[in-house]
Write a protein that binds this ligand. Structure first.
Ligand SMILES: [Fe+2]
Ligand SMILES: [Fe+2]
Length: 321
């Protein structure tokens, strides 16, 4: 059963015992007034997150401590109500084997169909005519080493495109946007090639910045160095393996990756210095901002007010109707 169904059917399921396979998102050990330890847990699946209580924590501490962050678990729980809110009390919790469930059932996935996303990426690959730029993209995206990762990683932990295949989804969105600008402004073929390449690589470093799903945290590399530097660093290494890669294209591509956040205060070490890099920055911002507004409105849909709460990264509330 999905958590969303549980919420929708909560009145019918009152006092029933349900079973579900979920991710253990967060566990906080707390103490009752009578000095007994219990666990406040956040469980999640692809449909949503929810809080649950586990009162028998003290007796099962050892088992609990052996769970990894974002462990896949099978729970049995009793549906109850507290202060008008659905409350789930977990009666039993066991580690579930990951081959029994699909990751798509546990974490949100891009709503775009994977086959058409793959075709979209190939379309832009084939649009690149400059041989050394094509070679760079083939090495960094279409190689056995990176293709699978590039197609499955999220593009963020929160805010925008924080779902399975989010990096691919976001990269395609930005490619579509920069393509429109390149056509409208009549960029040359070479400029367009450079723009497509820097766009495909701009968030590439996220494959190393984030842990593989279902975990949501940053890796040590991600914490220490971040995706902007990581992307530029691996791109430079790949360029060094390509014969006679022109110095000018190298600098332009690296500037596009390093400058894509648009300003020093948002983490870019240099500003965009080419028209291509500025187009990439603005398209990237457009993709991220619009996605964050749309998903915030969706999350807030159950609240009755006409406006959402304040969206922290945009600094304002949004009208929902
Ligand atoms: Fe980025
Ligand atoms: Fe991005």
């Amino acid at each position: 059963m999905y958590i969303k169904q549980l919420k929708d059917l909560s009145s019918k399921l009152l006092n029933e015992t349900i079973e579900a396979v979920v991710l253990l998102s967060e566990v906080k050990v707390k103490t009752t007034k009578t000095d007994k330890k219990y666990a406040d847990i956040i469980i999640q699946d692809a449909s949503r997150m929810m809080e649950a209580k586990y009162w028998d924590y003290e007796e099962n501490q050892e088992k609990f401590k052996s769970f990894q962050p974002h462990e896949i678990v099978q729970i049995q729980g009793q549906v109850g109500e507290y202060g008008g809110q659905l409350q789930l009390t977990i009666r039993n919790i066991e580690r579930a084997s990951s081959d029994k469930v699909s990751i798509k059932d546990l974490i949100p996935t891009s709503p775009w169909e994977f086959e058409s996303m793959k075709k979209g990426l190939e379309y832009f690959q084939n649009r690149i005519e400059t041989p050394h730029l094509k070679e760079l993209i083939d090495k960094m995206i279409f190689s056995a080493e990176y293709y699978e990762k590039f197609c499955t990683y999220p593009a963020a932990r929160k805010v925008h495109h924080n779902f399975y295949r989010g990096l691919l989804h976001h990269t395609l969105e930005v490619l579509k946007l920069v393509n429109t600008v390149a056509n409208t402004k009549k960029l040359s073929q070479h400029q367009t090639d450079r723009l497509f390449v820097m766009t495909m690589l701009h968030d590439w470093g996220k494959m190393m910045e984030y842990k593989a799903l279902p975990e949501l945290g940053l890796t040590e590399k991600g914490m220490m160095i971040g995706h902007i530097f990581l992307g530029a660093h691996y791109t430079l290494n790949a360029i060094h393996e390509i014969n006679d890669f022109p110095e000018e294209d190298k600098l332009v591509i690296l500037n596009g990756i390093l400058g894509h956040h648009g300003s020093l205060e948002f983490g870019s070490p240099v500003l965009p210095k080419t028209v291509e890099a500025q187009i990439l920055h603005q398209a990237d911002k457009m993709s991220g901002d619009v996605e964050s507004i749309l998903s915030f409105i969706k999350e807030d849909a159950e609240e009755e007010e006409n406006f959402t709460k304040r969206l922290w990264n945009m600094g304002t509330e949004y009208y929902k109707k």
